[in-house]
Write a protein that binds this ligand. Structure first.
Ligand code: ACM
Length: 486
């Protein structure tokens, strides 16, 4: 049997003699029934049989999923650490925490035959080579972002993305919920946001929004896949849709009109108006109440219509409004222009791999104030950049097209000078949707480059990533993912 191709690359893989065959009669034994059911559903994609999930004592021939607080050689304190042991008698996934068990299930998925995920399973047995894997991630935050403002995408598309991300051991989904072109989340007491604020998108199409119930469904589904949702309300710029809904939030003399183009930097809240802070208080309060995760993203990028004099106190105040709700604020690196960020505020760097102008300095400013950084260098992991010149969709402003080879051609530990690895919370690949209109468009820009992002965020050292990505392309095809050029 050929060597398994794993991505993200685990810490340690020891191949042994022999194999285990999963098939009719194999039981999944666990006292974590939800994880057992999830593994059964993953196996159903490959096998023509329904494996029973049971509790109680395990026997030879079982697949076992179990909590184990003390596993030698596992990095302590990493909730996603796990061990996966395949031998002739059994498959055992054990880990100190459920998140590790879930990560182990994703690794087992990649040990299954390569046509795993094809629409019509025709196999009754899957043979898995004996192996022992010990594994844990390099970074705690491994994210993907979807912009549902420029083009709106609803619950089904977002849940599909959650499944795709979980398979790569990504653990954060950042939803860019608001921008100039549309406000996409219901806020009690502010009904115009999801009427005039949401009824169009780039190009003038119909738009849409998530109800509170939709959002809760997404958050709940994400949690079942060990993914945390990070909601973003972008402000004080990128707010034209909110201003269309409530013109009183705009500076005096501005008459906002619905916007269907793709320019940036033209809108701003009236940051000197108390009514604006009452509005933001309602928005953050509602989001905090429906978001179980620890973070709320406040945007803060490209506020070119807000003076620096107004921008700085606005960011200082809004970051405190987030911490007052018990959440940690995240903002794009521009927020480092303020030297009065709420304690713990996280910066998200979106400059290029070689920082230009003041972008590196803004990110270091956040770090100097005690905050961690999420790294999203635009010329490496902005997956809305086209993968090759003249591609049918995608942008190229960062540094031209971004081929697969560029995705991992940087080191998170040295990207921002003076910021070492301990300050780096993690890595996130954004997908802005100015040119993205369909699920196929999403897939084509995300894949296969998102695989390389996942490797960069998880593996302790990236090597050989392109060949592993290429080896996994048949799995993407089998899962009906329309991937772009590799
Ligand atoms: C951004 O791309 N304006 C964060």
């Amino acid at each position: 049997m050929s060597r398994p191709v794993l991505l993200p690359q685990p810490r340690s893989v020891i191949e042994n003699d022999g194999s285990f065959t999963i098939g009719e009669g194999t039981r999944i034994v666990t006292d974590r029934p939800e994880l057992g059911d999830y593994l059964a559903s993953v196996l159903r994609e490959v096998l023509d049989c329904e494996l029973p999930v049971s509790t109680g004592a395990a026997a030879e021939g079982d697949i076992v999923i179990e909590i184990n607080a003390s596993i030698d050689d596992l990095e302590a304190g990493t909730v996603e650490a796990y061990r996966l042991t395949v031998d002739r008698r059994s498959i055992i996934i054990d880990a100190p925490a459920d998140a590790g068990l879930a990560a182990g299930i994703q690794t087992l998925r990649q040990l299954l035959p390569a046509d795993a995920g094809s629409a019509v399973p025709d196999r009754t047995r899957a043979e898995i080579s004996a192996v022992q894997i010990l594994d844990w991630p390099r970074f705690a935050y491994r994210g993907v972002m979807l912009d549902i403002s420029r083009h709106f995408f609803g619950v089904d598309t977002i849940m599909r993305l959650i499944d795709q991300a979980a398979a790569l051991k990504l653990n954060y989904l950042h939803l860019h919920l608001t921008d100039d072109q549309g406000w996409r989340i219901e806020i009690p007491g502010w009904p115009e946001l999801t009427r005039s604020g949401a009824d169009s998108q780039v190009g003038g199409g119909p738009g849409g929004f998530l109800t509170t119930a939709d959002y809760e469904q997404i958050v709940h589904y994400a949690a079942s896949r060990f993914i945390t949702v990070v909601p973003e309300i972008d402000m004080p710029g990128h707010t034209n849709a909110a201003l269309v809904a409530y013109p009183e939030l705009a500076p005096a003399g501005v008459t906002p009109e619905p916007y269907h183009g793709t320019e940036v930097g033209f809108s701003t809240f009236d940051t000197r108006s108390e009514a604006v802070y009452e509005f933001i208080g309602d928005v953050i309060g509602h989001l905090a109440s429906i978001t179980p995760g620890p973070y709320i993203h406040i945007g803060g990028d490209e506020s070119h219509s807000t003076t620096l004099e107004d921008y700085r106190p606005f960011i200082a105040r809004v970051t405190r409004m987030v911490t007052a709700q018990g959440k940690l604020p995240i903002g794009w690196h521009e927020i480092g222009a303020s030297d009065d960020l709420a304690e713990g505020t996280i910066g998200q760097y979106w400059g290029t791999r070689i920082p230009e102008n003041d972008e590196g300095e803004r990110a270091s400013s956040v770090a100097r104030q005690g905050g961690q950084l999420i790294l999203s260098p635009a010329d490496a992991i902005y997956l809305d950049m086209m993968p090759e010149a003249d591609f049918r969709i995608g942008l190229d402003w960062a540094k031209g097209p971004t081929p697969l080879a560029d995705v991992t051609d940087w080191d998170p530990a040295t990207l921002i000078s003076g910021v070492d690895e301990s300050v780096v919370l993690g890595v996130e690949a954004p997908l802005w949707t100015e040119t993205v209109e369909t699920e196929d468009d999403i897939d084509t820009l995300l894949f296969p480059r998102l695989l390389a992002v996942a490797d960069l965020a998880w593996a302790d050292a990236v090597s050989d990533v392109e060949s592993r990505v290429h080896a996994l392309l048949p799995r993407l095809a089998a899962a009906s993912i329309q991937y772009g050029p590799a």
